[in-house]
Each structure stands twice: as structure tokens, then as C-alpha cells.
Design a protein around this ligand. Structure first.
Ligand code: XMP
Length: 328
């Protein structure tokens, strides 16, 4: 049986656990048929799409799936640990974890141009992944978390769809795309039915270059750490205050300038931390989520006392346009 490559016009939108189960059952037989006793490789970022692909493939072919999780050092606090816990420990996946933090941060040292930063992160990611793939024997398939909007956008010429994963020309694999005909909301419902945790399935969008675009200018380890720690505090407070899942995207940025402050009677000269919280439906236009004064006060207190290097907290009130969501 060939996998379905085009979403059938009469396909019922997956909106319930029962419909998700039906989809999962049908995909399991399609995947088993396509893969047989061969091996499949997957770059598992921990994002919704690749996580659901991994969970589906584990259910269908178990340890014939080899997942590679590349930590580029620009992930949020706790993310690599969660990928290992959920997939290796709980789902018994064959997971290769590569901590490539030093490699990425060394290459990025002193690089200030946003586009060059993105190119380095994207290029290095493919190189690390290809290196791991070359070490493996008998891989015939490459799994990808392509979803239906990716196909529609590439057909409309909005976004190029990298259907080879951007791997070098000599690395040829047959593609396995088990969520290709699904919309994002359907992927989430399927992920939940597969038993993935809510904070993985319903998580906010996170850019491929990760915290790298939230540490504007040349990335340094200490400022990157300030972004990671402040982001973790913001996420924790949004969860505690019932805003998780309600606000579309929220994060912190630590720009590369310092200002004078005072702590314990002594002068400080530290970075500001900017909070950004936005809502949107299509990311072409976004509005700002206004937080309560009490929450802002609490965030200012926590971030300035708990995050080394921060002596000031700012809130970004700018919609898109004129500002983009990310700072780079
Ligand atoms: P902008 O900054 O363009 O962001 O207004 C719109 C949405 O896209 C996300 N974003 C990215 N996602 N790779 C991604 O996978 C990227 O390079 C990237 N840049 C921005 C951003 O987080 C926001 O949700």
C-alpha cells in the first residue's frame, strides 16, 4: 500500500480522540507496509510535528526507528532532558542524543549579522545530522514532520518545502511522512492520542534557530544563559497563571547593551530583559497580550533577582506590523 500523499477532498477533520485513533490505526498499517523490516531515521527536535512522527513510528515499527536529537545549545531550559525522558525512557526509542553546544557556539562566536547566524545554525545542524546518519548502517528511510500547510505553502510559492531534509546530495533516502496530510490542530490531537505530554503537544511555536534569535547580535554564553533562565521563569509564571495555551507565543529577549542599576547598595551595569507576549491566527499580523500589573510586577521581581546579569525588565508593546515577532 502506498502512503497517501494528497489530502483527500472529503477527509473528515480530526477533532476527537476517536478520529485520532482511527487515523493512528490506518497509519500504522501504512507505515508497516512501506517500511517492512528496514530502518528509518528521524531528526527529532522535540517540536510538535517531529514528536508526533516519532511516536507514530515507534508504535508502528518500534526500534527500527532511529531518532537523532541534536542539541545545538539554543534550546529552552529542560527541552533536551524532556526529549530523552519521553522518547528514550518512556517509549523505549532508539535515540541518539548529540550535545553539539560547543560546536554551534564556537561557530557563532562574534557573528552579529542575523542572516549569517541563521545560516550557520541551519548549515551546522544538517552537518551534525548527516555525520550521525553516516555512522549508521542499513537506513533506507528518512522520516519528516511535513504537514499539509507546508505542502500548500510550497505549492503557492510562499515557502520552499525541503523535502530532502536539506541533506547532502549523496545521501538518498525514501521519505516517510506520516502527518503529511494533517493540519496542525489535527497533529496535536493525534499526538495527545499517542500519549505525548500536553506541554509537548500544545506547546507554543519555537523557531528553528532557537534562542539564538532572542540573543540579538553576537551570542555569548552568559547572555544566552540569561535568555534561557528568564524564558524558563516566564513560562513557569504563564503556566501558574493559566495563560499557557491561551497566549499564542511568549518569550524573553536579552539585547546586547547594558545600563546602570543598583543592587544591595552597589552599582550594577547589566543587561535588560525584554518580555514579549503575542496573539495571532496567521502570524502575518499579531497583537500584544497585555499582562496584569500584578503579574508584571512579579515577573520583574523574579527575573531581576533570579537571573544573573539582568538589572531591568522591559515589556514590548509593539504589534506586527511594524515589528516582527522575533527580534532577528
Ligand atoms: P516573525 O519574527 O517572522 O515570526 O514575525 C513569525 C513566527 O515564525 C516563527 N519564526 C520561525 N520559525 N524558523 C522557524 O521555524 C525560523 O527561522 C523562524 N523565525 C521566526 C516565530 O517564532 C513566530 O512564531
Amino acid at each position: 500500500m502506498n502512503p497517501i500523499l494528497v489530502r483527500p477532498a472529503d477527509m473528515v477533520r480530526i477533532t476527537t480522540p476517536a478520529l485520532a485513533e482511527k487515523y493512528i490505526e490506518s497509519q500504522i498499517s501504512v507505515l508497516r507496509e512501506q517500511i517492512g523490516d528496514k530502518k528509518v531515521l528521524l531528526a527529532l527536535s522535540g517540536g510538535v510535528d517531529s514528536s508526533v512522527v516519532a511516536a507514530l513510528l515507534i508504535k508502528a515499527v518500534g526500534r527500527q526507528l532511529v531518532c537523532v536529537h541534536v542539541n545545538h545549545g539554543l534550546l529552552r531550559k529542560g527541552e533536551p532532558e524532556q526529549v530523552i525522558k519521553v522518547f528514550r525512557d518512556e517509549m523505549n526509542a532508539d535515540l541518539i542524543y548529540v550535545d553539539a553546544t560547543d560546536r554551534f557556539l564556537d561557530k557563532l562566536a562574534g557573528v552579529t549579522d542575523p542572516e549569517q547566524k541563521r545560516k550557520i545554525i541551519g548549515g551546522e545542524f544538517i552537518e551534525v545530522f548527516a555525520e550521525e546518519a553516516r555512522k549508521l548502517d542499513g537506513i533506507e528511510f528518512l522520516a519528516q514532520g511535513t504537514i499539509w500547510p507546508d505542502i500548500l505553502e510550497s505549492e503557492a510559492g510562499i515557502k520552499a518545502h525541503h523535502n530532502t531534509g536539506g541533506l547532502p546530495e549523496d545521501m538518498k533516502f525514501e521519505l516517510v511522512e506520516p502527518v503529511r496530510i494533517l493540519f496542525k490542530d489535527e497533529v496535536r490531537i493525534v499526538g495527545k492520542a499517542l500519549g505525548l505530554p500536553d506541554n509537548m503537544v500544545f506547546r507554543q511555536p519555537f523557531p528553528g534557530p532557537g534562542l539564538g534569535v532572542r540573543c540579538p547580535g553576537a551570542i555569548t554564553r552568559d547572555r544566552l544563559e540569561a535568555v534561557r533562565e528568564s524564558d524558563a521563569i516566564l513560562r513557569e509564571e504563564f503556566e501558574k497563571n493559566g495563560l499557557e495555551g491561551k497566549v499564542w507565543q511568549y518569550f524573553t529577549v536579552v539585547p546586547d547593551f547594558k545600563s546602570t542599576g543598583i543592587k544591595n547598595g552597589k552599582r550594577t551595569f547589566d543587561w535588560p530583559c525584554i518580555i514579549r507576549a503575542i496573539n495571532t491566527t496567521d502570524v502575518m499580523e499579531v497583537t500584544v497580550e497585555h499582562l496584569s500589573d500584578a503579574l508584571i510586577d512579579h515577573l520583574v521581581k523574579r527575573i531581576t533577582t533570579e537571573v544573573p546579569g539582568i538589572n531591568r525588565v522591559l515589556f514590548d508593546y509593539t504589534p506586527k506590523p511594524p515589528a516582527t515577532v522575533e527580534y532577528e
